[in-house]
Ligand binder design. Structure first.
Ligand code: HEM
Length: 398
């Protein structure tokens, strides 16, 4: 079995953590694959991960490294993933990020607090009406961030089931030629095209309308970049915060003493969210870079064109950085985890995700103080999505 397959199988479960620990000790710069010329590596130590993410020698845009006429042709074709700020380097990255940064800074996000509280209350009221088992993922952790990001963007929240499917297909896709993948990407694109048309002629006070205006004005944003930006924000809004809420609650249920502490002292909720981010990091394998030059990286010779994946989950459990790293401790001090990445691509949505997480936990624990895992139902299962860590379902008794 290849190194990559072993990795994929162990990443889905808690089994990943002992595996990472072994790698940090024995092989912190781990060769995953090679095509004879270039290698793919995985790095697992906290300091190495930070260094990779802040170094300008490691870049996002591979087309710069392997320019060929076929790639040039691809660049000109319409592709909703091609121009995401997440996947480009300065100066394009700085230009794109600057356009949306004001909408996501902590001060602007703070203004959303009353509305996020309202959404959480609505969802909790709906949960109260339920007679059957409540699933915290489907009934709470998933809808909350979706409704928030949909409202920010100006995407009708009723369409959220469609987005969930498209978004899921995209992050789970193992093969971009898969007909389901292609069909969903096409449907997503058509949907956005229609939405852009509507907002162009009837602008609202939402992010889609603002970005269309920017695109119309020329200079700052191309049409392709507009699609990529919205797709990125929808996917980021769908696939990450649900896991932050679900994973943190799961960790609390697994550690009843910590749950009791948080219930007794709600000022610990922010600490619990940070610890949830560190302990069960929602984004793991999607943080990667390409080497832009031949470089010696902690004794390992990396060649220009090599691909390096940073395991954020592993970095966040590194004993050299975090005392008792494998313990879940809501009172942990100096919790400088890298769950939101590091450097110029540091998560744009971090203030939003933190606020949503805090409100979600606070509201849930005050509304249902006796909440616990429903241990009669099957154990919660991790989703088998390689790039992310999150639960398929989290059945609870209220
Ligand atoms: C970037 C994690 C929520 C939007 C990132 C990166 C990480 C991350 C690790 C850096 C990737 C890299 O360096 O390659 C998370 C986690 C979240 C979360 C753990 C929730 C708990 C969100 C939300 C949004 C968002 C709610 C927006 C709605 C973005 C964007 C970027 C990004 C736009 C790209 C930033 C750039 O390239 O400059 N996120 N994210 N994220 N995230 Fe998040």
């Amino acid at each position: 079995m290849g190194n990559m397959e072993t990795l994929q199988q162990s990443n889905f479960k808690n089994g990943a953590y002992p595996f990472y620990e072994k790698l940090r000790k024995d092989r912190p710069i781990f060769p995953m694959n090679s095509d004879g010329k270039n290698h793919s590596w995985m790095i697992t130590k906290y300091e190495h991960v930070k260094e990779l993410l802040k170094s300008p020698s490691f870049i996002k845009d591979q087309s710069k490294l392997f320019a060929s006429s076929s790639q040039d042709a691809e660049q000109n074709e319409f592709n909703i993933f091609q121009n995401m700020m997440l996947d480009v380097d300065p100066p394009d990255h700085s230009r794109l990020r600057k356009l949306v940064q004001p909408y996501f800074n902590p001060k602007t996000i703070k203004q959303l607090e009353p509305r996020i509280r309202e959404i959480a209350d609505d969802l909790l009221n709906q949960m109260k009406q339920k007679e059957t088992t409540v699933d915290l993922i489907d009934d709470y952790a998933f809808p909350l961030p979706i409704i928030v990001i949909s409202e920010m963007l100006g995407v009708p929240a009723e369409d959220r089931d469609k987005f969930r499917k498209w978004s899921n297909t995209i992050v789970s896709a193992s093969n971009e030629m898969d007909p389901d993948f292609m069909g969903d990407v096409e449907a997503f694109t058509t949907y956005l095209t229609e939405l852009f048309e509507r907002r162009k002629y009837e602008p609202q006070d939402d992010l889609v309308s603002h970005l269309i205006q920017t695109e119309e004005d020329g200079e700052q944003l191309t049409r392709n970049e507009l699609y990529s930006m919205i797709v990125l924000l929808i996917i980021a809004g769908h696939e990450t915060t649900v896991n932050l809420i679900g994973n943190t609650l799961y960790a609390l249920f697994e550690h009843p003493d910590q749950l009791e502490k948080v219930k007794a002292d709600p000022t610990l909720i922010s600490g619990a969210i940070e610890e949830g981010l560190r302990y069960y990091s929602p984004v793991d394998f999607s943080t990667a870079r390409w080497a832009d030059e031949n470089i010696d990286f902690h004794g390992q010779s990396i060649r220009r064109g090599d691909f390096i994946v940073a395991s954020l989950s592993s970095a966040n459990r590194d004993e050299e950085k975090f005392e008792h790293a494998s313990q879940f401790d809501v009172t942990r001090e100096r919790n400088a985890h890298v769950a939101f990445g590091f450097g110029i691509h540091f998560c744009l949505g971090a203030p939003l995700a933190r606020l949503e997480g805090k409100i979600a936990l606070e509201k849930l624990l005050t509304t249902f103080p006796d909440i616990d895992l429903n241990r009669d139902v099957t154990q919660p299962e991790w989703r088998s999505v390689f790039l992310l860590r999150g639960l398929d379902s989290l059945p609870v008794s209220l």
